[in-house]
Write a protein that binds this ligand. Structure first.
Ligand code: DX5
Ligand code: ZN
Length: 239
């Protein structure tokens, strides 16, 4: 761990815009395999396979055991994926109580987009500014029980709104349909340029409903890494 951490801390150059969401044309449909359900024993090979199968970018779930009742991974793992796949956009989703402590470590670890939760901060604007100043795109996430009104004042300041469609913490949960009207309200308020990301329980059954309610960035862990044919699994999300 120490060796990996040291390696990450040597990378100080700001990220190029091309590794952020600005790589992609607004309004297109993106599929982001979530590496939470990848095979950690062969992480880079599994990531490469998901990208070769049609994944556009990789979603990296960071859990601190406080904001959510689970631990996942830290900057060293993100850095390892970045070193194996340096041109791939890494979409870091911070499910942590102190996002301010992790912006710079994940920037150094190769993040292209960082999303943090609106529930974790009193004012998201300084962190949005910090993420942008480091050359990344910035996202705000809301939990299933959080009303859209919490994120609405900030839509013009962010690149991405992440709507949690499960209670965060674990992959493999059932999609919560009750978040769909909120997703539509965010899309209608933001217009076409915001990335609206749906995360949790997204699979072939729920993906059409996500898209018809304005989501255009679909995260999926178990619906991709839990299947034997990644290409068919990703194609099914786009249909
Ligand atoms: C859940 C994470 C999700 C998770 C999705 O807390 O934020 O990104 O990986 O897993 P699935 O697609 O299996 O619901
Ligand atoms: Zn996530």
């Amino acid at each position: 761990m120490a060796a990996l951490d040291n390696h990450a801390s040597t990378r100080t150059a700001p990220l190029a815009g091309s590794r952020s969401l600005s790589r992609f044309a607004p309004g297109t449909l993106l599929v982001a395999p979530s590496i939470l359900s990848a095979d950690f024993a062969r992480l880079s090979e599994d990531c490469r396979a998901a990208l070769a199968a049609g994944g556009d970018l990789l979603h990296v779930d960071i859990m601190d055991g406080h904001f959510v009742p689970n631990l996942s991974m830290g900057p060293a793992v993100c850095d390892a994926v970045h070193r194996a796949l340096p041109d791939v956009v890494l979409d870091v989703h911070l499910m942590v109580t102190e996002p301010a402590a992790y912006i710079e470590p994940f920037a150094k670890a190769g993040a292209g987009n960082i999303t943090f939760h609106v529930e974790a901060v009193s004012d998201p604007r300084p962190l949005i500014d910090q993420i942008r100043a480091l050359g990344m795109t910035a996202g705000l996430a809301i939990n299933p029980d959080t009303p859209a009104s919490r994120i609405m004042p900030f839509l013009s300041l962010i690149d991405l709104a992440l709507v949690m469609s499960v209670h965060p913490g674990f992959s493999g949960q059932k999609f919560i349909d009750a978040v769909l009207p909120k997703t539509r309200a965010i899309r209608d308020a933001a217009g076409p340029h915001l990335w609206v990301e749906m995360d949790g329980g997204v699979g072939p059954d729920s993906a059409p409903r996500c898209r018809s309610h304005g989501a255009n960035l679909l995260v999926a862990a178990s619906a991709i890494f839990g299947k034997s044919d990644y290409s068919a699994a990703i194609a099914a999300l786009r249909e």
